[in-house]
Design a protein around this ligand. Sequence first.
Ligand code: SDX
Length: 431
Amino acid sequence: MESNGIIRIDDENFEFPIIEGTEQEKALDLRTLRAKTGFVAFDEGYGNTGSCESAITFINGEKGILRHRGYPIEQLAEHSNFVETAYLIINGELPTAASLNAFEGNVLRSGTLNANMISLFKGFNTSAHPMAMLSSIVNALGTYNAQYATNVRKIDLEHFDTAATLLMSKVRSIAALSYRMKVGLPLDIESDSSKFYTEDFLTMMFSKPEIEYEDTCGAAKALDLFFLLHADHEQNCSTSTVRMVASSGANLFASISAGISALWGPSHGGANMAVIEMLESIHASGDDGSRFIEAAKSGKAKLMGFGHRVYKNYDPRAKILGKSAIKVLEKIGVNDPLLDIASRLEKAALEDDYFVSRKLYPNVDFYSGIILKAIGIPVEFFTVMFAIGRIPGWMANWKEIAKNSKSRIHRPRQIYTGSNERNFVKLEKRG
Ligand code: SDX
């Protein structure tokens, strides 16, 4: 039996259907709100607004639950890998051996960039931020594969699988060449399809002429887990951006390029860089973390890597990354003081009423920077690593909109706070 919610305005009741999700989350269907009442809903930051129905990822922020297509992140982190989880997120089911082999083969075979694309990197200053390079060159990738980026929804959807494997593969090469351009290494590197996804990426990124990169510290395994844990996360800022752009009919490459730009911000994917910068400044100042906690409580600083719009419990990814950070550092035999500072900050914050009352817990970014730093990723590339991990989730959300024939262009309303009507005064009369 369909149940309704009632909104009462002045002395009139307005009924709206109640929608219930697979996990019993409930929503008021307000798609007729303005037509029925003349009112719009105001929800700056969309903290109370569902922008879509999606079957990809489920988060229960109160319980710290994260599942991709129904599979708990803890099980995927323990038993799966990034390419297999990417297949699951994009296609909705775990692959068979044959379908995984085909998908992985297509992804691994598409890694090398053609010569024309390599010239794009030479157009950037060595000081260019790699996220700006990634966003620009991903959009440019669509021009080199224009047959998959036509902005004709039917055509782009028909070619989705080819475009998706191509983009998932080449995003590594774009990141690797951005790094090589910035540090002055030759750009004529090729992807080696006999290597696993992440191992091939690290080789493309760090190999020097005559000296091939050698993974001596389990970096590929740690980075693969990092990518897996970042693969999708419901309607976060960057994924909502991908859906916003996709809703206009824009192709996969243009939509993902926009998502990369949204991820760059320090409140979102840029936080993993900000965490390391925060920990390094605390370490350099000789503070044991207690002064910084006080600064955060008084609003003079933000404890980067803490807090989340949805998680009001421990981010399950942070738990897994915290353990991975310890394992990676043990394997390398490094005693990173930043890990001790991070653990002290976490312990202090989890006992302090300021953070407890606001339900502020470590999020995915709190420990990830320590792992990336330990395996040799430069801080400036931390958010690029997040972007590589998030590609499957962004693509799955693009596909979900593209396949939904009822999806409408995203066009929110506003509350106008500007001037009321007034007449134009010519320049000579303005005094
Ligand atoms: C990601 O959405 C996703 O799913 C994102 C993500 C994903 O996988 O895509 O999980 C990845 O972006 C993780 C978040 C990374 N960002 C950071 O770590 C930056 C630090 N965190 C904050 O900027 C903040 O917690 C946000 C942006 C993450 C969430 O912001 P909200 O939901 O808008 O919360 P808010 O800013 O309204 O804060 C509520 C209160 C405020 O205090 P009061 O006004 O009540 O006094 O909590 C305080 C805030 O000042 N607060 C913090 C804090 N985060 C919130 N105080 C100190 N340090 C912090 N980190």
